[in-house]
Design a binder for this molecule. Structure first.
Ligand code: NAD
Length: 473
């Protein structure tokens, strides 16, 4: 492990695991097997830059668990990449996949670079070389290990990974399932971009619809009228805020790194996004007040706070001043363990990142299934459903003597497209996972918080898998 890591992210995951393990019945051997990282691949390779300079890069791929294969997890391009971080994120992927019933083991990868310091040509060389290193050691493939985008990577890098893999596996019919988060034209799936934000919305909406939880918090049931503050107007934060606004919630605060704004009558997310694009700042949005500092937004008077930017933003210093009764962890690790303890004492409901932001991996799973089946979702049944719907609507009109018009008729006739099916699968997954975790929490009053309940859920699923494989007779 890198010697310059002052705090171990992986150890903190192990601590949360141990806190939850006491609420399970697995023997110590199984618990050890679940929590340790199965394979850690550290690599170094040289790259010749466009100016002729040769640099040696440090990179990783960690497969935390093989209780289900393939393994799955994103690839990060960041200067903060180190073995400890990659191991921790791989472990979180195991637990996340288990909770949302996505049949993968957890993995994560990373290259220690600042992508902004490299040209697109250099990034392509780096991505292709990293992929070749993974291929050499059998650390990538539709049945072994399937990467995805993370910090600093996106559709472009996934397309390079795919192309390198395909070039080195000619004739492998399922090769496009070797990576997810690809452009739709390269075997990607519709609905992947907004998947994490939409998943956060589905998960938190389900929480808001639970009378027992809302009564405890002294909040009315439902999303409508809930006052919400979102930190981060990037991919996850923007979509989360937008879906909540469309469902009738009031987005009363929005925070970005340059500042934050509030309006208790509600902010229009799309307009704020366009204002920021035009003026290069979220501040001075018409009708809104500026906060003195961006971080002040975290402490504003609201019902729900959704940190969707960075890790450790709510900590021992500011947690006691947070007024929201629900904190939805859309980002990975936005709360420190100290903040968690403060919220527990205050009775603030923390909805944990480990499952709340699982929308991305859930839709990645749908992409992988699409690649293995070689057919777009909805292609076979869409026209059949539309013909059937026409028939039903015609019969209804004939029998009632009334005509159905406009948008309502269009809605009734519509056959499911890929995007409809992906969203339906995502909603089912997030609602199911929310209910399962809350049920575990409510059935065992000694479980202190929802995060621990989520770990219990994950440990039981991975443990069952190992036990059923017969590894531990
Ligand atoms: P992103 O880069 O698209 O957005 C992050 C936003 O946060 C940016 O707009 C950035 O300007 C803003 N930001 C940075 N510093 C800030 C500060 N101090 N205060 C307020 N805002 C600040 O990234 P993203 O994909 O939306 O990811 C956000 C978080 O969600 C990360 O923790 C990521 O690991 C997690 N996550 C993302 C996905 C996904 O599918 N994108 C999936 C799971 C988890």
């Amino acid at each position: 492990m890198s010697s310059n890591v002052p705090y171990s992210f992986f150890k903190s995951i192990e601590r949360s695991f141990d806190k939850a393990a006491i609420f399970t019945n697995w023997d110590n051997g199984i618990l050890q097997q679940i929590k340790q990282c199965n394979s850690v691949y550290q690599m170094r390779f040289p790259i010749k830059r466009e100016n002729g300079e040769i640099v040696t890069l440090e990179a990783y791929r960690v497969q935390h668990s093989h209780h289900k294969t393939p393994c799955k997890g994103g690839i990060r391009f960041s200067m903060a990449v180190n073995q400890d971080e990659v191991m921790a994120l791989a472990a979180l992927m195991t637990y996340k996949c288990a909770i949302v019933n996505v049949p993968f083991g957890g993995a994560k990868g990373g290259i220690k670079i600042n992508p902004r310091e490299y040209t697109p040509y250099e990034l392509e060389k780096i991505t292709r070389r990293y992929t070749a290193e993974l291929i050499k050691k059998n650390f990538i493939g539709p049945g072994t290990d399937v990467p995805a985008p993370d910090y600093g990577t996106g559709e472009r890098e996934m397309a390079w990974i795919l192309d390198t893999y395909v070039a080195m596996h000619p004739g492998e019919i399922d090769a496009s399932g070797c990576v997810t988060g690809k452009p739709v034209s390269q075997g990607g799936v519709r609905g992947r971009i907004e998947a994490t934000g939409l998943g956060v919305f589905y998960g938190l909406s389900e929480i808001c619809n639970m009378p027992s939880l809302m009564n405890n918090l002294g909040l009315p049931v439902g999303v409508k009228g809930k006052r919400i503050c979102v930190q981060g107007l990037g991919n996850v934060g923007y979509h989360t805020a937008l879906f909540f606004q469309q469902a009738g919630a009031l987005i009363v605060g929005l925070a970005e790194y340059e500042g934050a704004i509030r309006n208790y009558d509600g902010l229009d997310v799309e307009k704020v996004f366009l204002h920021r694009k035009k003026t290069a700042s979220i501040l001075d949005f018409p009708g809104a007040e500026n906060f003195a500092k961006s971080a002040d937004a975290l402490e504003m008077d609201c019902d729900m706070l959704i940190p969707a930017a960075l890790e450790n933003v709510i900590n021992a210093e500011n947690a006691a001043r947070v007024k929201a009764k629900i904190v939805g962890e859309a980002a990975n690790g936005p709360l420190t363990p100290e903040a968690d303890e403060i919220f527990n004492l205050k009775g603030t409901l923390v909805v944990p990142d480990m499952y709340l932001n699982a929308g991305g991996v859930t839709v990645s799973y749908f992409e992988w299934l699409k690649n293995l089946s070689h057919v777009r979702y909805g292609r076979l049944e869409k026209r059949f459903s539309e013909n059937m719907n026409h028939h039903i609507v015609n019969q209804m009109e004939e029998l009632t003597g009334k005509t159905i018009n406009g948008a309502e008729k269009e809605f009734l006739l519509h056959g499911a497209d890929e995007i409809d099916l992906v969203r339906s699968g995502l909603e089912e997954t997030m609602v199911g996972a929310t209910r399962e975790i809350v049920d575990i929490w409510q059935r065992t009053p000694a479980i202190p918080d929802m995060r621990t309940a989520a770990y219990v859920c994950a440990i039981n699923k991975v443990g069952t898998s190992y036990a059923e494989l017969g590894i531990f007779p």
